[in-house]
Design a protein around this ligand. Structure first.
Ligand code: FES
Length: 113
């Protein structure tokens, strides 16, 4: 799912993801941050942002099931911790890159860490 109004941001720039009210629990929203495709996930009330690319074979993570604070790649089943990006299950061994999320007023932003 992609949020309306998400635009491309320059490198190092904070990018608007959307309004909190439009990003319900369990939502997955992809945005561009510089040249990166970033997936913003709302899980247990917290927003997480990670590169939308599995470190196994570069498959998009968007749409993968989120459970126990981790997202599962639908291609071969690798799991990544939302807080640390760490690969929790083979076949992925490399962590996925994380991005910073910020809530300001009613809006959610993402930027490079
Ligand atoms: S591409 Fe994600 S587990 Fe293989």
């Amino acid at each position: 799912m992609s949020a309306p109004g998400t635009g491309a941001g320059r490198v190092g720039e904070r990018v608007l993801v959307g309004r909190i009210a439009d990003l319900p629990e369990g939502s997955q929203t992809s945005v561009r941050v510089g040249d990166q495709n970033v997936l913003v996930i709302r899980d247990q009330g917290t927003f997480y942002a990670l590169r939308n690319v599995c470190t196994h074979q570069n498959f998009p993570l968007e749409g993968g099931p989120v459970e126990d604070g981790a997202i599962t790649c639908t291609k071969h089943g690798a799991r990544f911790d939302l807080q640390t990006g760490r690969a929790l299950r083979l076949p992925a061994v490399k962590a996925v890159r994380l991005f910073r999320t910020e809530v300001e007023g009613e809006e959610v932003y993402v930027s490079p860490l």
